[in-house]
Design a protein around this ligand. Structure first.
Ligand SMILES: Cc1ncc(COP(=O)(O)O)c(C=O)c1O
Ligand SMILES: N[C@@H](CCCC[NH3+])C(=O)O
Length: 447
């Protein structure tokens, strides 16, 4: 494979070769083009159409096992509760279930999805700042492993519901440690100004209060300081050190603490970020919470699922504007929202090997939706890509399909799972008829 030609770039983006080298499940084949595991992505694009999400079972397994090995290697007694919000596809959940994953859910819908995939409620933690009474009831009826409560009001609600059901709810208190995880403002959660968790200063008193309530069995404390954390371990260290101090205080007051939930948030390199390895996280947990002799929990989402997915798209047309070249794809912000919502950077690779060796020039890669924000990348070094050419958006396995909408009456894209040499459509593309069929009209709006 010839290296892409050097071009004057407005940014120091990684080259196609760099992007490929950092993603072990992807490779470029001289004849078949870009492969995910052993399946040519162009074959999927041709047979299933575009836009289509494609997930790699092998990557999900490899990453789950790497995390498991890091925790075991640090000598931690730890359970992994995959954050289903990152990707709640039944296919993804089943691959992870087969690896032994528990779940972290934030809604009744996610709880039903993880249970349908075979992850028992008894291995599931239910987080979230506004669990509805029927969601709390569902979780308790199914025998949830842990409810993470976030406020005095919620604690009262859970206690009343549980007492009414004649049970004691296993509740961990989500503490807001007021640390800055250095992530995008829209996805940081552990600062005092964020809506999440109970203020550190108030947590001890609330925990003591929980122990006195009829419907609550206090089982521990939890935190989650943000998502896509790449700025090293300092924020994690500060947060977990505060949790450890709190556990000591609770124990000194004679209150029972069974476990500590360390949350998720471990970042991945989308562009050229240096993301901490799971060993670093395991080491930080060991250094801060290890001395307590308690089991710990982890709620990773992105780290497991992000690198396991790509979004396939076709070029609709190349449009030469005044001084700007636009590559208009058939995927849009309704499919992959992250660039529009967080100015997130995703690698974009042509599937054709010839395009990897072609001259590059800056282009804006956009979708067809009627919003200027429907822009995936600006001034990206891209080859000439005529209509019908396929591209892949990288690292789209987490917070991709789950954040899709049908804005502009665009049906939800198909989902495909690849495993070695085989692949299967695990969610067919929605049709225009599907969109219409979901609507109901009263008689007085009949034609
Ligand atoms: C409580 C909780 N746990 C886990 C996660 C998963 O985060 P991530 O995908 O960054 O690992 C989130 C999302 O930020 C969360 O809010
Ligand atoms: N959806 C966000 C992350 C939010 C994490 C959930 N609390 C993203 O795409 O990066």
């Amino acid at each position: 494979m010839a290296a892409p030609l050097p071009v004057a770039r407005d940014t120091a983006d990684p080259s196609f070769a760099d992007l490929l080298a950092a993603r072990p499940a992807l490779s470029l084949h001289a004849h078949d083009g870009l492969l995910l595991e052993e399946v040519p992505l162009a074959r999927i694009a041709r047979e299933v159409g575009t836009p289509t999400w494609v997930y790699s079972a092998g990557t999900l397994r490899r990453r789950y096992r790497a995390l498991r090995a890091a925790l075991d290697g640090a000598g931690l007694e730890a359970t992994i509760h995959y954050a289903a919000k990152a990707n709640d596809s039944q296919a993804v959940l089943r691959v992870l279930r087969a690896e032994g994953a528990g779940a972290d859910v934030v809604s009744g819908g996610e709880l039903r999805a993880t249970m349908a995939a075979g992850i028992p409620a008894a291995a599931t933690v239910f987080s979230g700042v506004g669990k509805a009474p029927e969601e709390i009831r569902l979780a308790l009826a199914e025998g949830i492993f842990q409810l993470n409560a976030e406020s005095v009001e919620e604690v009262a609600m859970i206690s009343a519901i549980a007492a009414g059901m004649g049970v004691r709810a296993p509740v961990a208190l989500r503490v807001n440690p007021d640390v800055d995880a250095g992530t995008h403002a829209k996805i940081t959660t552990g600062k005092a100004e964020n809506k999440f968790g109970i203020a550190y200063e108030d947590a001890h008193a609330l925990y003591a209060h929980m122990a006195a309530l009829p419907g609550i069995r206090p089982i521990g404390i939890a935190t989650h300081i943000g998502s896509q954390i790449t700025a090293g371990m300092a924020a994690y260290h500060a947060a977990y050190a505060r949790l450890a101090e709190m556990v000591r205080g609770l124990r000194a007051a004679g209150l029972p603490v069974e476990r500590v939930d360390c949350g998720g948030g471990l970042g991945i390199p989308y562009r050229d970020e240096v993301a901490p390895a799971p060993e670093a996280l395991a080491g930080t947990i060991k250094a801060t919470l290890g001395g307590l002799g308690l089991p710990v929990m982890l709620e990773p989402g992105r780290w497991i699922a992000g690198p396991a997915g790509v979004l396939l798209a076709s070029i609709v047309l190349q449009k030469q504007g005044r001084g700007r070249r636009f590559l208009v794809a058939d995927a849009a912000m309704n499919d992959l929202l992250r660039p529009s919502l967080y100015e997130a950077w995703h690698g974009i690779l042509p599937l054709s090997p010839a395009r990897h060796a072609a001259p590059l020039a800056p282009a804006d890669i956009v979708g067809p939706v009627c919003e200027s924000g429907d822009t995936f990348a600006r001034d990206r070094a891209m080859p000439d890509l005529p209509p019908g050419e396929f591209i892949a958006f990288l690292d789209a396995g987490a917070y991709g399909a789950v954040m899709s909408s049908t804005y502009n009456a665009r049906p939800l894209a198909a989902e495909v799972m690849v495993d070695g040499t085989r692949f299967a459509v695990v969610r067919p593309r929605q049709t225009h008829q599907d969109l219409l069929a979901q609507q109901r009209l009263p008689e007085w709006l009949a034609p």
